[in-house]
Design a protein around this ligand. Structure first.
Ligand code: NAD
Ligand code: ZN
Length: 341
């Protein structure tokens, strides 16, 4: 079968000779409908965040059950499902709470399909346990695949701050890409705060306005922080969610977040922050959340089934993987790219 394989630093190839796996025990074989292309793949490919193994990329996956192992009773061929991405041990306390994104054993093992183990940029994908599947019922797997990360990660990040996202407050979203464009829609559904979106091109800023941002500020402008602080006034922003994570965006976040606010850095852009007692307003919580829980993914499916969020999708074939990664490097994907076998 065909698959998009990561061979090492900047070496991604589409191969045709992968053997179609056979599920046993609690394993499930999925016929892939779509695999989302996440910027985290670029951190793996270009910066070596996962080293020493060859594997199939794709950690945002959805499809139809093709075959189940002998222990799987609850799914049958043809059921449409999402694959929950962070594969924990399944037994520790966070895993029992469905928070496999914070599994105690995360540092000991390859941690998910497309992240050191074979992922979903292929015709078929083996999922190690039916526990990791979430049914999507009437949703199309092609459209739904990015829910597993591009929607789940911002949803979980926003939920952490939900008590602060009241109608009298401002929330700043930095980066209106795959994750950020869904974050804007989730904020519109679950909070009443005014949204200020930041990106670096006029197209992305216009896109943010279409998705409900009240204000759009180009973070490349030297005075971006002043522009935002002029909007928010003396109280500044209650919540800042940074989907870039570069030193410049973290710096922007520290300048616009207000007293007792949340500065949430989701982006893995390799940025640095030098802690300085007087550099942040008092009471600010700075955090770097990772993905979301299985239960939160079910909630995200609920939002999508009610058409309260939709992922803007550009569709490509598996053979176009390298072309898509190049477009993403240049900020040229609107919403999310999905590879379809
Ligand atoms: P993307 O490429 O789809 O979007 C990134 C967006 O940021 C683009 O619109 C780009 O124009 C914009 N941008 C770039 N530099 C900017 C700047 N200085 N100021 C404002 N905007 C800027 O990426 P994505 O797939 O949405 O991922 C975003 C980040 O989140 C990546 O670093 C990715 O690795 C990370 N991520 C983290 C988690 C997690 O659990 N923490 C999960 C998924 C992705
Ligand atoms: Zn665990």
């Amino acid at each position: 079968m065909k698959a998009v394989r990561f061979f090492g630093h900047k070496d991604v190839r589409v191969v045709n000779d992968m053997v179609k796996p056979v599920p046993k025990g609690d394993e499930v074989l999925l016929k892939i409908g779509g695999a989302g292309v996440c910027h985290s793949d670029l951190h793996i490919i270009d910066e070596g965040t996962v080293v020493g193994t060859v594997f199939t990329l794709g950690h945002e996956n959805a499809g139809w059950i093709e075959e189940v192992g002998s222990d799987v009773k609850d799914y049958k061929k043809g059921d449409a499902v999402l694959v929950y991405g962070p594969w924990g041990c399944g037994h520790c306390k966070p895993c029992q709470q469905s928070k496999e994104n914070y599994c105690d054993h995360q540092s000991e093992m390859a941690y998910g399909g497309g992240l050191g183990l074979d992922g979903g940029m292929a015709e078929y994908m083996l999922v190690p346990s039916s526990r990791l599947l979430v049914p999507i019922y009437d949703l199309d797997p092609v459209i739904a695949a990015p829910l597993t990360d591009a929607a789940l990660t911002p949803y979980s990040a926003i939920k952490r701050s939900i008590g602060k996202l009241t109608a009298d407050e401002y929330v700043v979203v930095i980066g209106v890409g795959g994750l950020g464009h869904v974050a804007l829609q989730i904020l519109n559904e679950v909070s009443a705060s005014s949204i200020i979106a930041c990106d670096v091109t006029e197209e992305k800023l216009a896109f943010a306005k279409e998705l409900g941002a009240a204000y759009a500020v180009n973070s490349k402008d030297a005075n971006a922080a002043e522009q935002i602080n002029k909007i928010t006034g003396i109280k500044k922003a209650k919540v800042v969610i940074d989907f870039v994570g570069a030193t410049s965006t973290i710096d922007l976040g520290t300048k616009v977040v207000g007293l007792d606010g949340d500065l949430t850095i989701v982006g893995l852009g390799g940025g640095h922050y030098q802690y300085n007692m007087s550099g942040l307003p008092f009471g600010v919580s700075m955090t770097n959340p990772y993905w979301g829980s299985r239960v939160e993914l079910m909630e995200v499916v609920g939002l999508a089934r009610q058409r309260k969020i939709h992922i803007e999708i550009e569709q490509f074939k598996l053979d176009q993987a390298n072309e898509v990664y190049d477009r993403m490097r240049n900020g040229k994907i609107k919403g999310r790219a999905v590879l379809i076998p």
